[in-house]
Write a protein that binds this ligand. Structure first.
Ligand SMILES: Cc1cc2nc3c(=O)[nH]c(=O)nc-3n(C[C@H](O)[C@H](O)[C@H](O)COP(=O)(O)OP(=O)(O)OC[C@H]3O[C@@H](n4cnc5c(N)ncnc54)[C@H](O)[C@@H]3O)c2cc1C
Length: 400
């Protein structure tokens, strides 16, 4: 083993593939081990703030991503009970002038394919599907990863981008299962032509109500419509059948605005997941093994930034491996230092939004929220989002 061995990346999701591309562009050989039979993504929409374009620009990917993405005209927050528009963040010319890049929504499969295509064009990247990694070890001068079917892969270092139930998080941090919230999420994509609900079609809209919300937005150049319904339920940890999910939705959303109830009637009941996140931790590497993306710092989806953070991680890690000339433990220490405060802030603000902003019961707290946000103008909203949307600081400066 030695520096000529490839860097092993466990997990070919958005974080793993971004890291692979960024490392290859810095002249490193990479082998991506993906547990699924094929590289690919589950087919739902995903939102990205302008911050990810700082990464896509560096990887030469912005044009491909923009080709498959939609740019909504605004981000809206509506009151789920009254239907009142509470917040409108315009994402047109003034937003682009301020943040230099657009806000986008994109089908996860389309973005994944853009990244995969770029990886396939790089000789330094080897993509290995059907390689479910069950364990790994740091051997001092290199690493080994072991798969469920008995194979061993040798590498110079191991980047665990294996998501929110990471095998390597269990090994390095050992903090058990993700923290449940008591909420579940259902996701659906319908053809735009089949959308009957009276809702904005060219924006990202979030309807916020007591113990529930719905997010929706257009996809694939306005031909499809993505809906995510999230609500609190005592059955969050249980599996049920379609009939029980349907009844539960009807009860949970019974007091909400008619437009929301119309959306609920369109939900596909096959994809239902408990919503959970991770507590922030200071350290997520040991020797030559490091966590990346959700494996290191999975947030709730309140800021729609989990994948954005995984993508930022990928570039930052490659830059630091380059800056330390392949001294992996040193690079990984600097990586944690560079990424800790930003990713932990996403985790903590996402929780605060979840508990104290989106899901307030009818009562004084909701009245206070609605009256407060009524005073927020564009300049204030842009200022609130600048820490996030201006992008991550260059790691060299952050690591000193
Ligand atoms: C309802 C919902 C909405 C969301 N919306 C947004 C949004 O709008 N914007 C946003 O930025 N984020 C969003 N997120 C968060 C986002 O999905 C995650 O943060 C992101 O997918 C994390 O990327 P990752 O590459 O770290 O992990 P993952 O995407 O989970 O990828 C992990 C990969 O590793 C593979 N893998 C796992 N275990 C192994 C193993 N042992 N061996 C080999 N391979 C393995 C998996 O098959 C997978 O391909 C949302 C999340 C949810 C639940």
């Amino acid at each position: 083993m030695g520096t000529s061995d490839p860097i092993l990346i466990v997990g070919g999701g958005l974080g793993g593939l971004t890291a692979a591309l960024a490392l290859a562009r810095h002249g490193r050989r990479v082998r991506v081990l993906e547990g699924a039979p094929q590289f690919g993504a589950i087919g739902y929409g995903i939102q990205f703030g302008p911050n990810v374009f700082h990464v896509f620009d560096r990887l030469g990917l912005s044009e491909q991503v923009l080709t498959v993405a939609d740019a909504p005209t605004a981000l809206l927050m509506m009151d789920a009970l009254s239907g009142e528009e509470l917040i409108r963040i315009p994402t047109g010319a003034s937003f682009r002038a301020r943040f230099r890049h657009p806000y986008i929504v994109v089908h996860r499969i389309d973005l994944h394919n853009a990244l995969l295509e770029a990886c396939r064009q790089h000789d330094a990247i080897e993509l290995v599907a059907d390689a479910m990694v069950i364990d790994g070890e740091d051997r001092g001068d290199g690493v080994a990863a072991f798969t469920a079917d008995g194979r061993t892969f040798i590498g110079a270092a191991l980047v665990a981008a294996d998501g929110f139930r990471s095998v390597f998080r269990a090994k390095l941090i050992g903090d058990g299962e993700p923290r449940p919230t008591g909420y579940v999420a259902l996701r659906t994509i319908v053809p735009m032509a089949a959308l009957t609900a009276n809702v904005p079609r060219d924006c990202v809209a979030l309807w916020a109500g007591p113990g529930l919300h719905i997010v929706h937005y257009p996809l694939r150049h306005g031909t499809e419509f993505n809906i995510v319904a999230v609500f609190r339920t005592v059955t969050h940890a249980e599996k049920g059948d379609a009939a029980s999910y349907r009844d539960e939705l009807a009860i949970a959303y019974r007091e909400t605005h008619p437009s929301m109830r119309a959306l609920i009637g369109m939900m596909d009941l096959r994809w239902r997941r408990a919503v959970a996140d991770r507590h922030p931790v200071r350290h997520w590497h040991k020797g030559r093994i490091v966590l990346l993306g959700d494996a290191a710092h999975a947030p709730l989806q309140s800021l729609a930034q989990g994948a954005g953070m995984a993508i930022e991680d990928g570039l930052c890690l490659a830059q630091l491996i380059d800056a330390t000339d392949g001294d992996f433990p040193a690079a990984f220490r600097r990586f944690e230092a560079a990424r800790l405060l930003r990713t932990a802030r996403v985790q903590l603000e996402s929780r605060a939004l979840w508990d104290f902003f989106y899901h307030l019961d009818e009562g004084i707290a909701r009245d206070v929220r609605n009256a407060t946000v009524a005073e927020w103008d564009e300049a204030h909203l842009f200022a609130c989002l600048s820490w996030l949307y201006d992008g991550a600081p260059e790691p060299a400066a952050a690591g000193r």
